[in-house]
Design a protein around this ligand. Sequence first.
Ligand SMILES: Cc1ncc(COP(=O)(O)O)c(C=O)c1O
Length: 402
Amino acid sequence: MFEKVATAPPDAIFGLNDLMARDRREGKINLGAGVYKDEQGKTPVMQVVQEAESRLLEKQASKSYLPIEGLASYDRLVAELILGTQHSRWQRGEGVVVQTPGGTGALRVAADLVAGHAEPRSKVWISTPTWPNHPKVFASAGLEIRNYRYFDAARNGLGFDAMMEDLEQGSAGDLVVLHGCCHNPTGVDLSAEQQVVMVDFLAQRRLVPMVDFAYQGFAFGVEEDAAWLRLMTERLPEVLVASSSSKNFGLYNERVGALTVLAESPKASAAVLSQIKQVVRANYSNPPNHGAAVVAMVLSDSDLRQRWLAELAQMRQRIQDMRRRLTAGLDARGVRLHADGNGFINQQNGMFSYSGLTRSQVHALRQRFAVYAMDSGRINVAGITSSNVEPLCDAVAAVVQD
Ligand SMILES: Cc1ncc(COP(=O)(O)O)c(C=O)c1O
């Protein structure tokens, strides 16, 4: 059966982790995979998560299956977290939510739902560049992929006009994958004005947003980061949202996320839910409990919730601080990553920065200095700490000035 199977290339992100694990040098710097790191360079279990886990362990009485749609309290609390507690369409029953194995699971369930039921048949529009798993997930479900321009290297920012020009080629019912905040890999988001223009455009063209919301709380705050998504769900008849608790609860390996779908009527959304359940049942049957139970406990307990928001704010501020330290360190060495200087690093949102480093500079950083970044030049700013920022700036200066 497998005699003639060709070897597939390693995954761009996980492959880099493997490469780094094999590197025996001291002082390696990991700016690759999108996980948060603290000042010690560790990906910690959040304190509030530890607290919830110990409470759960005490009261847990069964490990029986969850329903296909997951833990009901998680579903409701996550819908409220992303949509707000006063969402009129949600209250009218126009929205449904299912717990999924991570944000990736939500994207895949959405892709299968759209591939199986969208009429007319949808194409999927994804940004250039995007998270490398987007095209794989949607193509695996059999959907046709189209790209829209997003990042404009010349201005080191968003090419909004080009983005709109490409999306004008979309047909009614096409799915447009939008990053809810903290665009991965660029860190470049739409301005508030551009968000409004985009929503009007989607409404006029009857394009359906598939919002990938993996980083809620990493740009400005949990509520602030949801503003665009909420505008879409208020103004557009159909919206799909893949949210994740991997990053903002640090629950990466518990695989917990959700797919939320708003449809035009309670009847349509109930039918959508029934089809989502078919997709899930035939795929992984039902989701794992632990991570969802932790999130539900934290979000439903006002003390734990406040502590979670405070820990998340600290994470966000540490990343912003590291952006400033990196910029200052590069400026001090006379390194300019873009013709206009390094200021762009402080304007980007979330963990990632499209640094402007070329592929050969990234490779030189890896070979000469054990600094691991993505070939695209994407760096995970959360991998920078007070102790590695200066050596990092020295290394970048060496490869850029070569
Ligand atoms: C843009 C984007 N979407 C989705 C995900 C999926 O996250 P999860 O680990 O919850 O599947 C990630 C994770 O890196 C991401 O960066």
